[in-house]
Write a protein that binds this ligand. Structure first.
Ligand code: BGC
Length: 347
């Protein structure tokens, strides 16, 4: 029998009535209070947000006495599976995976479990597998906040003409963002208040793909565009490049997500209209804490769950905030997520 102790999901009475106690991995008898090694397998480090996630995660894990081995797959599923294999071979006690492709990483969970290693799905859900635990933001809500921002700015008369740019099809989050957007937009589209003049998925979330989508949209639908529902700041940046070429920058509502520095600067400059701030420090530090608990077989409380097509994955959802010029200072800057100087420049 392999060393892994089966997942125990216990519906708890009393104070834990709304949650689960999750226990997997080494029994506490075999656990190390120090010398714990966590493997962090990342989709990419080519986008600003993930560098922050990595650094915050490592800092917290170190503070808890754990070492972190990091691999980044450059948006390549084969490479990410190889990364996971290598982390397993190097003897990690728990794996934290940010999947490029949630479905493709089901195999990574199987490989880890075969060696008794628990897996925490970070920010993006690994689907079709016995994923042990999932920590993320409320992704449907992200989409709802983006779409609501546009819904609150409909013209007094006629239809708002909208370009929709979704994220990577391979990312379960992109599907959830779209679901949240649909919740708000579908009734307005049905009522004839919004016309979607163009929509597409930006492969691998790349800004250059978002730019191509925007170029194609303007070629097809003309310059009369009222809003671009971009699903994150990277794709917003690509879309805005196309708007600049067309002389439309600043005249079109553009949404985003992540409060990337470039996104915040564009909000100040007026070329991007909003972003969704997801406090990454909360995500990364809680994830590090959970990963160390998983690695040492300590109990974990996860109040929610996510259906990943195979099991209900115990889940932790974190709150998010809609950000515009009006509340940048009270949110992103107040939290020290970005500095006043970086966002507004020298004054
Ligand atoms: C994340 C976003 C990010 C996007 C592209 C999504 O899964 O939730 O924060 O912008 O991936 O990396």
């Amino acid at each position: 029998m392999n060393a892994r102790i089966a997942l125990v999901l216990v519906s708890c009475a009393l104070s834990l009535a709304t949650g689960f106690v999750l226990s997997r991995g080494k029994s506490s008898a075999g656990s190390k209070s120090n010398g714990v090694v966590i493997g962090l397998s990342m989709d990419t480090l080519k986008e600003e947000r993930w560098i922050g996630d990595r650094d915050l995660f490592i800092a917290k894990a170190k503070a808890l006495g754990a070492d972190v081995l990091v691999e980044s797959a450059n948006s390549d599923d084969t490479r990410q599976l190889r990364d996971v294999e290598s982390l397993i071979t190097r003897g990690v006690d728990a794996l934290v995976i940010i999947p490029h492709n949630g479905a493709a990483m089901a195999r990574a969970v199987e490989m880890a479990h075969a060696e008794g290693i628990p897996v925490l799905s970070y920010d993006r859900l690994i689907t079709g597998a016995d994923t042990d635990l999932y920590i993320t933001f409320d992704n449907v809500k992200v989409g709802e906040l983006q779409a609501q921002f546009i819904a609150d700015r409909l013209p007094a008369q006629g239809k708002l003409r909208l370009i929709r740019i979704y994220g990577a099809k391979t990312d379960n989050n992109a599907v959830l963002f779209k679901q949240g957007q649909d919740n708000i937009l579908n009734p307005l589209i049905a009522a004839g208040r919004i016309e979607v003049v163009f929509e597409d998925w930006a492969e691998d979330w790349k800004p250059e793909n978002a730019k191509k989508i925007t170029n194609a949209a303007i070629t097809k639908a003309g310059q009369r565009i009222d809003a671009i529902l971009a699903s994150n700041d990277g794709t917003a940046g690509g879309a805005i490049q196309a708007l600049i070429e067309e002389g439309l920058s600043g005249k079109v509502i553009v949404t985003g997500q992540d409060a990337d520095l470039a996104g915040c600067q564009r909000i100040v400059a007026g070329s991007q209209t909003m972003t969704v701030y997801k406090p990454l420090k909360v995500l990364a530090t809680q994830a590090a804490d959970l990963a160390v608990k998983l690695a040492t077989g300590k109990p974990i409380i996860a109040k929610d769950e996510s259906d990943n097509g195979k099991v209900q994955v115990p889940s932790v959802f974190l709150p998010i905030i809609s950000v515009t010029q009006d509340n940048l200072r009270e949110t992103v800057i107040k939290d020290d997520f970005r500095s006043e100087k970086d966002v507004y420049g020298e004054r």
